[in-house]
Write a protein that binds this ligand. Structure first.
Ligand code: GLA
Length: 732
């Protein structure tokens, strides 16, 4: 059992393989947070708390004359609001009398021998090989009938503890929930830095790091999606922690909508760490008997640096978030026509691209935007999911049959959540789009957002998607979403419930995805939102790979994929070889480098292979062969970042098979200077006592030596050139 309970059911210690998490319900029933870190015993750590009369730190009634006991300074699991803890709260409730108050006290607990599910939302799930465990703590609000259930899920091997919460209104009157996060945690004595991942469209997930002091460090999204701008995953690590040293706590939200993540020191230098749905534009009305569930946050701890933390996330996401036919099945190497043709294609062009691709070993053709309705550019047609048979010279089933006859799979692009005003759908159902009466809605890419909270909208989309997929025997769908969400207003929901719409939008998307995949269980779904605008663990529950960025420049991709690697396994990262000069940056990089960078992802091409030289065609064949050869490494192996971001003149990363029999190391030269200095890189993760042969010059050394002495290249890499180095286990 991972959950240990003692002291009459008031002391809870959650034990994973290498970490411990401890809470204690004190004599006033306040649930204290005592510890999260390296594995320890189950002794009660409440004496770590030092209480003094801090001044202006008020005392709850149970403290009586004891001025030292204050909610304002105690380390807590559920900080209340309006009743004496003046730090950031976790839950805000407006009661029927207009008062704002939330004060939760421990009531009882329960332990389940399986993982918990969250209604309508993705969460870590059990498999035959590995089951989680759950601690449910019930808290009662002091003066109303509101009940809070705190969920702690445990996966021991991955050092993962999840948190989520459910608020139930058992009172006589309705309440309005104005804020409800997935977790809050007060870390007592450590000094932390926060690593977060920020960016913009076509330049997502740049890692940044900042000390957590008394000014709050906060990131988030109010765009309706998790966003290109901040990813819903952050790390609190000790000062100076690096890839192989130091304590790190990760928090990754399994959610695809508005979110906030924050850390701040309080007056006692304790760090309050929080994450959940962003409270901006959020208000949930709960009638008597109604409940609200937060999304799940996946926490994980590593006492030995960031690489280990990332590997724990890779494993848990690959095994307990990703689902479906392609969870482990080999993903087809795809060619996508977007950068090859944009909207300017017809059946003939597509077939030519497919024929050439097939000859070079590519396994699937993906037909991107422009095959439906009136869609010759991005100003019209969204919502009209009917095949443009004139442009396609026949039905989609006919085209699919031709592709299938070549021995290739066939995939199709959709953007289900969107509507163009210039579409038959909009002309028939203008009220299906989000728009506030009396205001002209914000246009983005000249399109509006469908009200995904409506069942009739979802029913229409489900029918269109499944009909096309079934009729044409489509093997793969790219599910895109190309703008942020605003002007939210639903013509069917009560207007007093407008504060629920951002969250209900996400629930609507999840509902449609769930029903669509149930109807098409063999499908491979690739998520996308202008590239990586919804690259989150929530979407990975439905799509085991996500187009990681609209930026296909191999050098920019190094930092985008570097940032993505802190939480997300390489198998989830859609990564393609495209033409040069690159369409986003104008940069010219060697064909080999583009392939080597794309190999660190779910691999494909985004170009017309008829237009490349014979020499490049041979390189495509070699890259395809490499993708097959290294698939077990890239998709199931352990991932190591060997360099930081822009700290040196090259970037390097490595995959090692779980049995440590093979490793693949890739180096890309990012800057060049005259009289070039040598490239020396770390080598990681080889078994200490095994011997390995290096593919460069056949040299054999022990894993112990490679791991410590590293590798020096004896050739000069020019700017943007890359090299792959393989290590294979050797006999004495
Ligand atoms: C988004 C996607 C691209 C492409 C276009 C089509 O930008 O990220 O890959 O599908 O839409 O409009």
């Amino acid at each position: 059992m991972a959950v240990k309970v003692s002291e009459n059911g008031r002391l809870f210690t959650i034990q994973t393989k290498d970490s411990s998490y401890q809470m204690f319900a004190d004599d006033k029933n306040v649930l204290l947070h005592l510890y999260y870190g390296e594995k320890i015993g189950e002794e009660n750590l409440s004496s770590l708390i030092f209480c003094t009369d801090m001044g202006f730190a008020g005392n709850p009634e149970e403290a009586g004359p004891n001025r030292k006991y204050s909610l304002d300074v105690l380390p807590q699991e559920v900080p209340g609001s309006g009743v004496g803890d003046f730090r950031d709260d976790m839950i805000e409730i407006r009661h029927a009398d207009g008062s704002f108050a939330a004060d939760f006290r421990f009531d009882s607990y329960e332990i389940l021998d399986h993982s918990y599910a969250i209604p309508g939302m993705p969460a870590l799930y059990d498999t035959e090989e590995e089951k989680g465990e759950t601690l449910v703590i019930t808290m009662k609000e002091k003066a109303s009938g509101v009940v809070l259930k705190l969920f702690y899920g445990v996966f021991e091997n991955e050092n993962v503890i999840t948190r989520a919460a459910r608020l139930e209104n058992h009172g006589e009157t309705a309440v309005d929930l104005e804020k409800m996060l997935s977790f809050s945690m007060d870390l007592m004595y450590e000094n932390y830095e926060m690593i977060y991942f920020s960016g913009r469209h076509a330049m997502e997930r740049t890692a940044e790091r900042i000390p957590v002091q008394h000014a709050k460090v906060e990131i988030g999204s109010v765009r309706g999606t998790s966003s290109h701008h901040y990813n819903p995953a952050v790390i609190l690590c000790e000062e100076g922690a690096d890839e192989t040293h130091g304590s790190c706590i990760g928090a990754c939200l399994v959610y695809s909508g508005n979110f906030v993540a924050a850390a701040q020191k309080d007056q006692k230098n304790q760090t309050r760490f929080q994450m959940g749905i962003h409270p901006t534009n959020f208000c949930f009305h709960l009638e008597k008997g109604e409940a609200f569930d937060t999304p799940q946050a996946i926490l994980s701890y590593s006492g030995t640096g960031l690489t280990r933390l990332s590997q724990q996330y890779h494993e848990i996401i690959r095994e307990h978030i990703c689902r479906g036919a392609y969870k482990h099945a080999k993903r087809p190497i795809l060619i996508n026509n977007w950068e090859a043709t944009y909207f300017n294609f017809n059946e003939e062009k597509i077939l030519k691209i497919a024929e050439q691709a097939q000859k070079l070993g590519i396994e699937m053709l993906v037909l991107d935007d422009g095959w439906f309705g009136k869609r010759e550019d991005d100003n019209s047609g969204l919502g009209d999911w009917f095949v443009n048979e004139k442009k396609m010279n026949g039905s989609m089933a006919q085209l699919a049959e031709k592709i299938h006859k070549m021995g290739m799979k066939f995939g199709l692009w959709f953007e289900p959540e969107m509507i163009s005003e210039d579409s038959d759908l909009y002309r028939a159902h203008p009220d299906w789009a989000f728009a506030i009466p009396g205001r002209v809605p914000n246009h983005s890419r000249n399109q509006l957002v469908l009200d995904m909270t409506r069942e009739d909208v979802r029913a229409y989309l489900l029918e269109r998607l499944t009909t096309i997929v079934h009729d044409a025997k489509i093997d793969y769908v790219k599910w895109d979403m190309n703008r942020s969400v605003c002007d939210v207003y639903s013509h069917v929901a009560a207007q007093s419930r407008n504060g629920e719409l951002y969250h209900r939008y996400v629930l609507g998307v999840y509902d449609l995805l769930e029903r669509f995949l149930a109807a098409c269980p063999d499908l491979l779904l690739e998520g996308c939102s202008g590239g990586g605008g919804r690259f989150d663990a929530g979407m990975m529950y439905y799509s085991p790979q996500i187009w990681c960025s609209d930026n296909t420049d191999a050098i920019n991709r190094l930092s985008i994929q570097y940032g993505s690697s802190f939480f997300y396994p390489v198998s989830t990262v859609g990564s393609h070889v495209s033409v040069c000069p690159n369409h986003q940056t104008g940069r010219v990089t060697p064909f080999q480098t583009r392939g080597d960078v794309a190999l660190a992802g779910s691999f494909g091409y985004e170009m017309d292979l008829n237009k490349i030289s014979d020499e490049e065609k041979e390189m495509v064949k070699a890259q395809v062969a490499a993708m097959h050869e290294y698939y077990d490494l890239t998709h199931e192996g352990l991932y190591y970042r060997l360099t930081g971001q822009k700290k040196q003149d090259f970037m390097a990363w490595e995959f090692v098979t779980k049995d440590q029999s093979r490793a693949l190391l890739t180096i890309v030269k990012t800057d060049a200077e005259g009289n070039m200095l040598p490239v020396h890189t770390k080598v990681c993760g080889l078994a200490e006592d095994k011997l390995y042969r290096c593919s460069l010059d056949g040299e054999i050394r022990s894993g112990r030596t490679w791991n410590r002495a590293g590798l020096t290249l004896h050739q000069v890499l020019k700017e943007y050139e890359s090299i792959r180095v393989e290590f294979t286990e050797a006999e004495e």
